[in-house]
Design a protein around this ligand. Structure first.
Ligand SMILES: Cc1cc2ncn([C@H]3O[C@H](COP(=O)(O)O)[C@@H](O)[C@H]3O)c2cc1C
Ligand SMILES: O=C(O)c1cccnc1
Length: 348
């Protein structure tokens, strides 16, 4: 397995940063969570004047063998490739939300069950035509998981080399809320009932069938010694989840600010944080998804999401919507006057 060399955050600069924040012309703490974000980004960049450069959101797409059964997913598997085409044409939620906020979008085929040929605008990182159905066998081999982590890392390294220092992760893969729920069940050690939500479904019957099916999946592998994050990933993961995991780890290695989106990308981070826990201080949690389980997942990571908009879409949409707020944190830190420069009196 590839190693990621993530530097733990050096806290030496923290006092200087905090005093710059407190010295701005406002009551101490009055910019609330923006102040926490400014401190975090300053620490990530080891700078009292941090700047966000060339923001990107990378959408990793992959199919899930289990989705062919229709037991866990209301929408059919082909929606994954159809949505990839939609991403490439610029018509999906992530395209328009990212465009509004001047964020570049990259779309990656991590393992979609479709032959795209040579489609301009699509990054070809295909590992397979989707995963295997984990009701019958592990979703992917060890080699495939390692390859996916490496490919995700390579894609992020290239984006970093082109000058980006803030990166959001999105996903597309019919059935992937099920993978994320299973990852959560094992890593957070929480009952499956608390991890399985409605995904793209609308009714209780669909949700019940999904839960029963995922219980069967857990039962199927109960003697397979699923005892670490890597075996959780290979048994239940998605190729897009594995690539996101590698991409996030590389982003932290490069000291980039990571924008974490919803339920599925946070599940990828659960695995990544087991591979290297130093990743966590590099992560900004952009929103709390309406998908059941996301709140508990975020609490497990001791994180404080920026937005609560009842969104449950994925694609990186929460990261795109929250980005202007993240940018606002840097803007006030870099552009506001201080009590001293503006000649404003401080509290006694
Ligand atoms: C049209 C459409 C666009 C989407 N964009 C993201 N997802 C989201 O829904 C899927 C996961 O939900 P489930 O596990 O229930 O299949 C993922 O593809 C996720 O990105 C979409 C889903 C659909 C149907
Ligand atoms: O929170 C998410 O990312 C999510 C929730 C439901 C469906 N797709 C994505």
């Amino acid at each position: 397995m590839i190693d990621f060399n993530i530097t733990p955050i050096n806290l030496e600069i923290k006092e200087k940063l905090q005093s710059k924040i407190d010295g701005k012309t406002k009551p101490v703490g009055a910019l609330g969570q923006l102040e926490e974000l400014a401190l975090q980004i300053g620490l990530i960049q080891q700078s009292t004047s941090p700047e966000l450069k060339k923001p990107h959101i990378v959408v990793f797409a992959g199919d899930h063998g289990i989705a062919k059964t229709g037991l866990v997913n209301p929408y059919p598997q082909e929606v994954t490739f159809q949505m990839v085409m939609n991403f490439i044409s610029g018509g999906a939620a992530i395209n328009v939300l990212a465009k509004q906020n001047n964020i570049a979008v990259k779309v990656v085929d991590a393992g979609v069950n479709h032959d795209f040929g040579n489609l301009p605008g699509l990054v070809n990182a295909k590992i397979a035509l989707g995963t295997k159905n984990y009701l019958e066998e592990p979703a992917m081999s060890t080699e495939q998981a390692n390859e996916a982590i490496q490919m995700g890392a390579n894609i992020v390294e290239e984006i970093f080399t082109n000058g980006c220092n803030v990166i959001g992760f999105g996903e597309m893969g019919i059935g992937n809320t099920s993978s994320a729920a299973l990852i959560m069940h094992y890593i957070c050690d929480m009952p499956l009932e608390n991890c399985v939500g409605k995904g793209t479904g609308t009714n209780l019957k669909q949700q019940k069938t999904k839960l029963q099916t995922l219980k069967k999946a857990v039962d199927k592998h109960k003697n397979s010694n699923i005892n670490n994050h890597f075996s959780i990933l290979t048994t239940f993961g998605g190729l897009e989840i594995a690539q996101i995991c590698g991409g996030m780890l590389k982003a932290a290695e490069k000291r980039m600010t990571i924008l974490v989106d919803g339920f599925i990308t946070t599940a990828a981070l659960l695995i990544a944080s087991k591979i290297n826990p130093n990743i966590l201080p590099y992560c900004i949690f952009t929103h709390c998804s309406d998908e059941k389980g996301h709140r508990a997942m975020l609490e497990f990571l001791n994180s404080k999401p920026i937005l609560h908009l009842n969104m449950r879409l994925g694609e990186g949409s929460g990261a795109a919507v929250a980005y202007p707020i993240v940018l606002a944190a840097c803007t006030f830190l870099n552009q506001m006057a201080s009590f001293e420069s503006a000649g404003v009196s401080q509290a006694k």
